[in-house]
Design a protein around this ligand. Sequence first.
Ligand code: PLP
Length: 360
Amino acid sequence: MSRVYNFSAGPAVLPEEVLKEAAEEMLDYKGTGMSVMEMSHRSKAYETIITEAEQDLRDLMNIPDNYKVLFLQGGASQQFAMIPMNLMKNKKAAYIVTGQWAKKAYQEAQKYGDAVKVASSEDKTFSYIPDCSDLDIPEDADYVYICENNTIYGTKYKELPNTKGKTLVSDVSSCFLSEPVDVTKYGIIYGGVQKNVGPAGVVIVIIREDLITEDVLPGTPTMLQYKIHADAKSLYNTPPAYGIYICGKVFKWLKKQGGLAAIKEYNEKKAKILYDFLDSSSLFKGTVVKEDRSLMNVPFVTGDADLDAKFVSEAKAAGFENLKGHRTVGGMRASIYNAMPIEGVEKLVEFMKKFEEENK
Ligand SMILES: *Cc1c(COP(=O)(O)O)cnc(C)c1O
């Protein structure tokens, strides 16, 4: 068996320990004689799995009691609609557009009400986070929406926007559990788990209780109402059971690493290795303003599309997978999520140095 260094933006690398444990439990989960995949979601064994997963997540993120944790389906993209359907009581919301995912959320919200773009960084190809300290937020906005870590462009909010008292809704898909957060600053924090937490098919929504109401937009499907899922403890219908089980294992793994403060330190160390090299390289350069750099997604270019392609293909041959940048931006992108070991980043930088030497 040989494992590559997988720099994919998502679905992405998972901790090897978790994969091995899941493999060991594949045919007979803890004496049940079946796989978690084959098990009723109403069984005792599964109830323990989902309850523990929620508790471990609550411990890791220090989630207050007045927030619900929902394990849902439909990916992060489904939340682009679910959020306005459930929260747009005044049919108005403020959107900060810092990349394609924020833009998609903004466009989707327009179907349900007046989505107002209050800031954007599109003028410079989303290479920075706009100043959000004093935005023109409509008085009657139901919420302010951000995408906190921009997976494609590699930017991250270092400070949350001043929402002027409005509810903050944040897509944290690509920085989920990468560092400690103060949950109380948000009305909703949500993310598709396939970037940093688990297998595709699960989206986790952490939502303040007062935002969970029956007062949703007319025509909102039952399956898209937070209240339905909250009342049923994420078991209204069959949940993405196996995916939640793997997320639960990742939560336990994170606890073993020392929790989110420790993983943040590790992530900072990893990212510094790569950014320091990019800042000193004569061939490669980062594409994001320094203050707004993501710890998770690191885009870079040589400035020459042919050389970029050569790099990606030689890197692949050397065991560094998925370094090609997003199809809409080109260049390269190294996603260095929680489960990417520091050796992976060190070896990538060694390889980049060698490539730089050979392509002067
Ligand atoms: C990947 C990603 C999405 C889309 O996730 P899906 O689960 O594929 O819908 C949305 N937002 C961010 C920040 C992402 O990285």
